[in-house]
Write a protein that binds this ligand. Structure first.
Ligand code: ADP
Length: 264
C-alpha cells in the first residue's frame, strides 16, 4: 500500500439492509498525481463511490484506504482533510455571506489557526484567479466563478485528492473549459490526484485513466484510448451512442486515434 493513494478493496455497498447492492466487489487504486475519470450510465454507482471516498458513507463489505488509513467513523476528519469534494450545484455548497467567509468555513471546521487561514484564503483564491472577488457575495457570481470559489474552499484545506462530481455539468462549454484549465493548473502546481465523475468528453479524454462503472461493478479500466477500443461494448452497457460518438471525435481531435469507424 502506497502512502499517496486511494484504494478500494473489494468494496460492496447498499443504502440499507433491504436495498439492492449498489456497489459489488469494487476494487481499484488511484495513485498520487493521477487524473482518473469515472464514467458509467446513470445509477451505475459513481456518486456513491465519491461519497465513500470521503466518509459520507461506509461500506458494508471490503475497505477503503486513503493514504494508507482506513476510512471509518474515527478517521473521517483526517480523511476529509485529504479528500476534497466539489459537487455539481455550487449553490448548495455556499455557507458564507462573502467569498472570503466561504473559503474560511472549511478551514474553521478543521480547526486551523487564524493566521494560517488568512494566508490560505489568499493563496487559494489566487490559484483559481478569484482574488478580486474576496468581498463579494457568492450568490452574485456566475456559475463558473461559483465553482472556482468551491474549488478554492477545497484547496484551502490543502487536500491530496480532489473529487469533482459532475462539477462542470451546469456550466456552458466556455465555463467548463476554464474550470478544467484551473483544475489542471492547480493539480500540476500541487501534485494532486484528481478524480472526476463526468459526462464531459474533454474531461474523459484528458484523464490519465478511465474507470467505467456498470451496474455497481468496475466494468473496465484503462487509458482513454483503451476504453474507446471497446466502444461497441460501451453502448451495450447503456452509455448512449451520441456520447460514444462524440468521444470518438474528441479522441481523434486529441490525436489519440488515427481512424474512426462509423457508429450505427
Ligand atoms: P450514479 O452517480 O452513477 O448516477 P449513484 O451512485 O448516484 O449513481 O446511485 C447508484 C444507485 O444507488 C442508484 O440505483 C440510486 O437510485 C441508488 N441511490 C443513490 N442514492 C441513494 C440513497 N440516498 N438512498 C437509496 N438509494 C440511493
Amino acid at each position: 500500500m502506497e502512502k499517496n493513494q486511494i484504494e478500494f478493496r473489494n468494496v460492496s455497498f447498499r443504502y440499507h439492509d433491504e436495498a439492492p447492492w449498489v456497489l459489488r466487489d469494487v476494487s481499484f487504486k488511484i495513485d498520487a498525481d493521477e487524473w482518473v475519470a469515472i464514467i458509467g450510465h446513470n445509477g451505475s454507482g459513481k456518486s456513491t463511490i465519491a461519497k465513500l471516498m470521503n466518509g459520507l458513507l461506509f461500506p458494508q463489505e471490503g475497505e477503503i484506504l486513503v493514504s494508507g488509513q482506513k476510512v471509518e467513523p474515527d478517521t473521517i476528519w483526517d480523511v476529509r482533510k485529504q479528500v476534497g469534494m466539489v459537487f455539481q450545484n455550487p449553490d448548495n455548497q455556499f455557507v458564507g455571506t462573502t467569498v472570503r467567509d466561504d473559503v474560511a468555513f472549511g478551514m474553521e471546521n478543521h480547526g486551523m489557526p487564524r493566521e494560517l487561514m488568512v494566508e490560505r484564503i489568499r493563496e487559494s483564491l489566487q490559484a483559481v484567479s478569484m482574488t478580486d472577488y474576496e468581498r463579494q457575495e457568492p450568490h452574485r457570481l456566475s456559475g463558473g466563478q461559483k465553482q472556482r470559489v468551491a474549488i478554492a474552499s477545497v484547496l484551502a484545506v490543502s487536500p491530496k485528492y480532489i473529487i469533482l462530481d459532475e462539477a462542470t455539468a451546469m456550466l456552458d462549454p466556455k465555463g467548463r473549459k476554464e474550470i478544467m484549465q484551473t483544475i489542471r493548473d492547480v493539480q500540476g502546481a500541487r501534485n494532486l490526484s484528481l478524480i472526476t465523475i463526468t459526462h464531459d468528453l474533454q474531461e474523459v479524454t484528458q484523464a490519465d485513466r478511465v474507470i467505467v462503472m456498470n451496474n455497481g461493478e468496475v466494468w473496465m479500466e484503462g487509458t482513454p484510448r483503451d476504453i474507446f477500443s471497446e466502444k461497441d461494448r460501451l453502448i451495450d452497457i447503456g452509455l448512449d451512442t451520441p456520447f460514444i460518438s462524440k468521444l470518438a471525435d474528441e479522441l481523434m481531435n486529441a490525436g489519440l486515434t488515427i481512424s474512426r469507424e462509423p457508429l450505427n
